[in-house]
Design a protein around this ligand. Structure first.
Ligand code: BEZ
Ligand code: FE
Length: 291
């Protein structure tokens, strides 16, 4: 490291010195990622003249996120979400697939409330077991096809989850039964799936931790537009993680976690002749072939 002349802020020479401190056993990918990260973090600190007090406030926020996180809450992810990082990374990850001649359904962020152990349910059954008085039931159905061939994909899994009208997912809410508003459906020979769910409503992301504090400091609200989450998987195809958004919902333009994309807004239509549901939603999914 070169010596500093009086009054100078540590410059590029210092940054290069920190980058060069990495040893020969570092993997090439780690070297690429850490070199860029160190460079950008140093440039950021210089650009904003970051003070010790401000840096310590940032460190405290990171520590707070860690302390708040457990198997039901991922605060680190939430902090990334409110600055758009999960959405950006999702877009980078799936950009190649969506450039194909016949692009598959667009992806969107996973979010922190997916559960790996959701039960498999029969097509035509329901995921709403504690239907609140203010909820409206919808029948969601559609077909899963291959983007490459256009043919239906039988035995595909459609894993869905949504929040209740109080804005809570079942793992956040003692008043909902285990795995309420979530389930996995397996497509039939024509690639079709179907189930009853709630017409989704907007909800606030948890804002009692550092993500909420950050939103407040940036003078932003915590709401997400009404949406349903999906993960669709079929053998030989790329797994799709996405969300669909009610086109009539509030907050489509200012989702607190920046997940809304063109092509992911859907229209709920009145459902006739079904005493179990007021609304009908047809949603078809196309999957890209695995490379
Ligand atoms: C969600 O949609 O479940 C979600 C996504 C990002 C942050 C919080 C919640
Ligand atoms: Fe959600």
């Amino acid at each position: 490291m070169g010596s500093l002349s009086n009054g100078d802020v540590l410059g590029q020479e210092f940054t290069d010195h920190v980058v060069r401190a990495m040893g020969p056993e570092t993997t090439p990918r780690m070297r690429t990622v850490m070199t860029a990260l160190i460079q950008h973090v140093h440039d950021f600190a210089r650009e904003v003249n970051l003070t010790t007090e401000e840096w310590l406030a940032g460190v405290a926020m990171l520590n707070w996120a860690g302390q708040m996180s457990n198997d039901k809450r991922n605060e680190g992810q939430l902090v990334c979400d409110v600055i758009g990082l999960e959405s950006l990374v999702d877009d980078i990850t799936y950009r190649e697939a969506s450039k194909a001649d016949k692009p598959p359904t667009s992806s969107a962020i996973l979010g922190p409330f997916w559960r790996a152990d959701a039960p498999i349910r029969e097509n035509g059954t329901t995921i709403t077991f504690n239907t609140p008085k203010d909820a409206v039931v919808a029948y969601m159905h559609g077909q899963v096809t291959s983007a490459e061939t256009g043919k239906p994909l039988a035995n595909a899994t459609v894993d869905v989850w949504q929040a209740s009208t109080n804005g809570l997912y079942e793992q956040q809410d003692d008043d909902q039964i285990d795995c309420n508003l979530r389930g996995k459906f397996v497509t039939d020979a024509e690639g079709r799936y179907s189930f009853y769910c709630l017409r989704p409503t907007p909800y606030p992301i948890p804002f009692d931790g550092p993500a909420g504090k950050l939103l407040k400091l940036m003078d932003r609200h915590e709401y997400r537009p009404a949406h349903i989450h999906l993960i669709v998987e079929s053998e030989g195809h790329r797994s799709l993680t996405t969300q669909i958004f009610d086109k009539d919902s509030k907050y489509l333009e200012d989702d607190s976690v920046f997940a809304v994309k063109d092509g992911l807004t859907v229209e709920f239509k009145p459902r006739k002749g079904d005493t179990q549901a007021e609304w009908d939603l047809e949603y078809n999914v196309t999957l890209a072939k695995k490379q």
